[in-house]
Design a protein around this ligand. Structure first.
Ligand SMILES: *Cc1c(COP(=O)(O)O)cnc(C)c1O
Length: 458
């Protein structure tokens, strides 16, 4: 299997090079040259496999340059860190199915991808005799999952900038209580945007980037998308009947739902993908009217979805524009200069043949947490609640709606408490963090000082 770029200006590369490249060197996103097709017989045969065996079957279609024995070991190690033996169990509550993706080390679905990516990086760096310094900014979830993915790994250092006192206390602890020597937390006296601007500036410093082999773990890495394809197949196999299904996906960067789109294109019987957003609803407008115009980010109770520019959408647009890289280049040039991309009626109809969308505001999100808890005794985190509300509004009574549960409710205890009146009980993994020793560097939002810090620790 070879990989290409949505912008069409790289020579095809293998899976291993695609993972190490992250963002394609022409500024585009990496995609497989062709999408493997699974027939009904194969789907049926795979539908009862344990998670890791299924993961091996799916991932080995794409990672054709990693020997089977090695790939199996990487997958076993990645999902051995999940505390649930099913990895991503499917539960039924009040007419909808909930796919629990939060049983990894940091209790958010990003672990599914970042546990695998961390192990892949370690494996590939060792093979190449190289080192990597991962640098990233986080408002909470991605940073802790990335740290959990690479802590203690050989030939990798990780530097994560977070805004001092602006993540939830639990999220900060999930990062700063990791004392492995290769983990470096920086609490920046500023906002998340300050953190992100510093990281961007350091990546744009090409001399520094090259000399220190800077790497990224953001959601544009192909391996992250690929890891997420697996649980769509898994969920379908766990349904009582293997028929057409709707997946409701709380969406920010379009990474998770794009994985569902790939599963559909591989042959999984998906009736629709339901794109659920909070007030940052640029993607819902895109699906409903073809209007893709950037607005200002507003803060909500589902902060991991407070995004305007959804970086993974480019992957989908590549297919919508009939795999034409010139069209991708011109449209993203248009987006840069005008802040929007315009779609034709015919294109909007094609989008709507595959996606539905729903915007769920803060009040509805909190109401949904409360009512769902009253009716089923089950606590939703605010991100998951956006998807569940979307499902109840857009596909009422449908017998097979699977809502992706992207975080454990205790990670967003404040919002849950606002909704139901008391904070969710802390699971053991979070309770154990309280009072733990921490290590973190408090720094001004000063690019040069932070660059010097990375140099000293790398
Ligand atoms: C990152 C995240 C999302 C959004 O996923 P995308 O792949 O960016 O669409 C939703 N919920 C939670 C809890 C997250 O951490």
């Amino acid at each position: 299997m070879k990989y290409i770029s949505t912008r069409g200006k790289i020579a095809p590369v293998g899976f291993k090079d695609a993972v190490m490249m992250g963002l394609a060197t022409d500024g585009g996103l990496i995609l497989p040259e062709s999408i493997p097709q699974l027939d009904r017989g194969t789907l049926a045969a795979w539908s009862k496999l344990p998670y890791r065996e299924l993961a091996f079957n799916v991932i080995s279609l794409f990672a054709t340059d990693i020997p089977a024995f090695d790939l199996k070991a990487l997958i076993d190690r990645s999902y051995g860190s999940f505390e649930h033996e099913e990895t991503t169990p499917l539960v039924q509550k009040d007419g909808v199915y909930i796919l629990e993706l939060f049983h990894g080390p940091t209790l958010a679905f990003k672990d599914v991808a970042l546990q695998l990516l961390g192990n892949l990086f370690e494996y590939l760096l060792k093979e190449r005799g190289e080192k990597m310094n991962i640098l990233g900014a986080t408002s909470g979830d991605t940073g802790s999952a990335a740290i959990a993915g690479v802590r203690g790994k050989e030939n990798i250092n990780i530097f994560i900038l977070h805004p001092h006192l602006k993540t939830s206390p639990i999220q900060a602890l999930q990062m700063t209580s990791v004392l492995d020597e290769n983990v470096h937390n920086v609490a920046v006296e500023g906002t998340f945007d300050d953190c992100q601007n510093i990281v961007k500036a350091l990546f744009n410093d090409l001399q520094f980037k090259k000399e220190y082999a800077l790497g990224a773990v953001n959601s544009i890495n192909w391996a992250r998308v690929l890891a997420q394809v697996v649980y769509y197949f898994y969920a379908w196999g766990r349904l009582p009947e293997q028929k057409e299904v709707i997946f409701s996906v709380p969406t920010g960067n379009f990474g998770d739902i794009f994985a569902g789109y790939l599963a559909k294109r591989m042959g999984l019987p998906v009736e629709k993908l339901l794109l659920a957003t909070n007030e940052n609803n640029i993607l819902a407008r895109f699906v409903q009217t073809g209007d893709y115009s950037l607005g200002k980010v507003v803060q909500t109770v589902s902060p991991s979805m407070d995004i305007q520019l959804a970086s993974n959408l480019e992957r989908y647009l590549y297919y919508l524009w009939d795999e034409n890289p010139e069209k991708v280049c011109s449209a993203f040039a248009e987006l840069q200069s005008t802040g929007r991309i315009v779609f034709t009626k015919e294109q909007v109809l094609r989008v709507q043949a595959e996606f539905m969308s729903c915007t769920v505001d803060e009040q509805k999100t909190l109401d949904t947490i409360a009512s769902f808890n009253r009716e089923t005794g089950y606590l939703l985190d605010p991100h998951t609640a956006v998807g569940v509300r979307g499902a109840l509004e857009c596909a009422p009574g449908h017998p097979r709606v699977v809502c992706l549960a992207t975080a454990h409710p205790a990670k967003f205890g404040d919002a849950v408490e606002r909704a139901v009146g008391s904070p969710p009980p802390l699971p053991p993994a979070l309770a154990a963090l309280v009072g733990k020793e921490t290590r973190c560097e408090l720094m001004a939002p000063d690019r040069e000082k932070i660059k010097a810090f990375v140099k000293a620790k790398a």
